[in-house]
Write a protein that binds this ligand. Structure first.
Ligand SMILES: [Zn+2]
Length: 299
């Protein structure tokens, strides 16, 4: 590689709440459609993603759950664990938490067959509110053969999804579309911010891990998000490859609140980033989210 050529940038795509983010109920047909759209887009970009499964979100219909998970598995994506009940480790004792993780692998393990589940993502990114609690969780996960997977990029998709879904259901297509454009613009701001934060923290590009949720908004937006990443020079790679980079084996201080790992590492490495400038959804967007969830829950 010549001195003029920039280092290639790499990213792994991960989804939480496979097969569906569940702040409100959606018809089974919509859940199927959302998963299909996501998988079709991943195939278009030849991406092998990792999906963190919440079996509890589709607990009343084990056959539907199994067939959705089988679609992910058969298309070469990795199925990780995200607990059964989407509980917070910060509000649960270790034994109950580990039991919920094991329960959350039941249908997934049927789908995986002889292949072992490898990865775990904690709901709310609650990985231990003290260093001791964090170490206990790591040991417990190790016994289950699971590795905790950090997040370095996320775009607050759950804030934008409920209003978008509500507008679609109300057949307000133009409003839904402009809301989606707002979401995509926000995503671009976040991608640029995390890129410049990483550049301040590390002397060369480090592989990133993007967290998205399985929802209607991302089913309709994933193509645009992946294009935005490509236009910024990112190449997609598997989670296994990304986790081999040494930044992912450095010690990470515990945090009481769920925050991505760039923030955690920067706090430990001397605070080179001004996190007050991290783009946040507007107060209006949060208010719209609350209102839309209330509306959708009543349908
Ligand atoms: Zn989740």
């Amino acid at each position: 590689m010549s001195a003029q050529q920039p280092h290639p940038k790499h990213i792994s795509i991960t989804f939480d709440d496979v097969p569906i983010h569940a702040e409100f109920a959606l018809p089974a047909q919509s859940v199927k459609q959302i998963n299909q759209q996501l998988l079709d887009t991943l195939k278009k970009y030849n991406i092998k993603a990792t999906g963190f499964v919440n079996e509890g979100h589709v607990k009343n219909d084990p056959e539907v759950l199994q067939s959705l998970l089988a679609d992910w598995h058969q298309q070469g994506h990795n199925l990780g664990n995200h607990t059964f009940s989407h509980i917070s480790y910060h509000k649960t004792d270790l034994d109950s938490y580990l039991a919920d993780i094991e329960k959350g692998a039941t249908t997934t393990q049927t789908v995986l067959g002889k292949q072992k589940q490898q990865f775990f993502r904690p709901p709310y990114l609650h990985a231990g509110d003290t260093n001791a609690a964090q170490q206990l969780l790591d040991k417990g996960l190790e016994k289950l053969g699971l590795t905790l997977v950090p997040v370095t990029m996320e775009n607050a998709d759950y804030v934008f999804d409920a209003p978008y879904t509500a507008k679609l259901q109300n057949k307000q297509l133009a409003t839904a579309n402009s809301y989606q454009q707002q979401y995509l613009a926000f995503t671009e701001q976040r991608l640029d911010f995390y890129h410049s934060a990483s550049a301040k923290m590390f002397d060369q590009p480090v592989p990133q891990i993007l967290m998205l949720h399985v929802n209607q908004l991302n089913a309709d937006s994933l193509d645009n998000i992946l294009l935005s990443l490509q236009s910024r020079g990112y190449q997609f790679q598997s989670l296994e490859q990304t986790l081999q980079h040494p930044i992912y084996s450095q010690p990470t201080p515990a945090f009481k609140f769920g925050i991505h790992w760039l923030f955690r590492w920067d706090k430990a490495m001397g605070n080179k980033v001004n996190w007050a400038t991290e783009p946040e959804p507007s107060a209006e967007a949060f208010a719209e989210q609350r209102q839309a969830i209330a509306t959708l829950k009543n349908r």
